[in-house]
Design a protein around this ligand. Structure first.
Ligand code: SPV
Ligand code: MG
Length: 305
């Protein structure tokens, strides 16, 4: 998509760390492709969330560790290569045990990712909104992963994601784990909830007395506003899958119309123009570069005559 840039991991990791500590709410948008990451950046989101759900769905498989670490890494690295903003990568439960986490942290950092988020579920994990096994990893196992991740990284931000509320284990378990993950060295906590109101995450934020920035994913409690989250003291909101869901609906409806109508004429006005695609692909810049180097080439050839 864009010309490949050298790894920007250290700079974007510092940017992400600062954003998590800055006053005000940092907004992250889920992406699954460089194109969707570019759109998120263009819309003004501060951080790109490399979403396991979106990447799996785009590959046509469940979000259940069906894709392996290298698949997720390639997808996240492609986002990081396309945008300036930091990429925070969803790394599920770390793709295995502490050894997998160590390998993962080094690999992600080497590919220009700013931060990784590891959740305290068992491997293989299942998407938090799917009914099924949401069992947590033993506390010591996950604390070990967080400690190892923070000891082997250079600058990479390490987010510890708490799934106690998703697993139905209650607030005390979430708070107990939060305290341990903080002691283990996490840079931030992500508290996940599948409730349709934000009361549970508000209660967590109020009861958590530690020093780490707290991140939320307001998918099901989508009535919550940036102002409310900011007021409650959250550091970041991740809008994890809205872009994919919006494009899915649009694609499905367009395809059905084309099939029904026997022409694309009636949907044409609803579609993005080819120019919009060319602009996102940076075609004008490519042609400009080409003209520049072709002119230089002619000059060099002239001088050699
Ligand atoms: C993802 O985007 O893959 C996430 C968020 O992990 S959620 O789908 O809410 O679990
Ligand atoms: Mg995920």
């Amino acid at each position: 998509m864009t010309v490949s840039r050298p790894s920007a991991s250290a700079a974007t990791a510092r940017e992400l760390r600062a954003a998590l500590r800055a006053p005000g709410l940092t907004r992250a948008m889920g992406a699954h492709s460089p194109l969707s990451a570019l759109l998120a950046e263009e819309a003004g989101f501060d951080v790109i969330w490399s979403s396991g759900l979106e990447i799996s769905a785009t590959a046509g498989v469940p979000d259940a560790n069906i894709l392996a670490m290298p698949d997720c890494l390639e997808a996240a690295a492609a986002l990081a290569n396309a945008v300036e903003r930091p990429v925070l990568a969803d790394c599920d439960s770390g793709f295995g045990n502490v050894n997998n986490v160590i390998h993962m942290v080094r690999a992600y950092e080497a590919r220009g990712i700013a931060g990784v988020c590891i959740e305290d579920k068992q491997f293989p994990k299942l998407n938090s909104f799917v009914e099924g096994n949401q069992d947590l990893a033993p506390l010591d196992d996950f604390a070990a992963k967080i400690r190892a991740a923070t000891e082997v990284r250079e600058e990479l931000v390490v987010v510890a994601r708490l799934e106690a509320l998703i697993a139905g284990l209650g607030m005390d378990e979430a708070l107990r784990r939060a305290e341990v993950y903080e002691r283990a060295g996490a840079d931030a906590l992500l508290i996940h909830s599948k409730r349709t109101d934000p009361d549970e995450v508000f209660a967590f934020r109020e009861a958590y007395t530690g020093d780490l920035p707290v991140i939320v994913v307001p998918t099901t409690y989508n009535q919550v506003t940036v102002g409310e989250l900011q007021e409650r003291g959250f550091a970041m909101a991740i809008y994890a899958n809205q872009a994919l869901r919006s494009s899915l609906r649009a694609m499905r409806e367009t395809l059905i119309r084309i099939m029904q109508d026997g022409t694309t004429h009636h949907v044409e006005h609803e579609l993005a123009s080819l120019k919009e695609i060319f602009d996102l692909q940076r075609v004008p810049q490519m042609l400009e570069r080409q003209a520049h180097y072709e002119a230089l080439g002619r000059e060099l050839a002239e001088a050699g005559r």
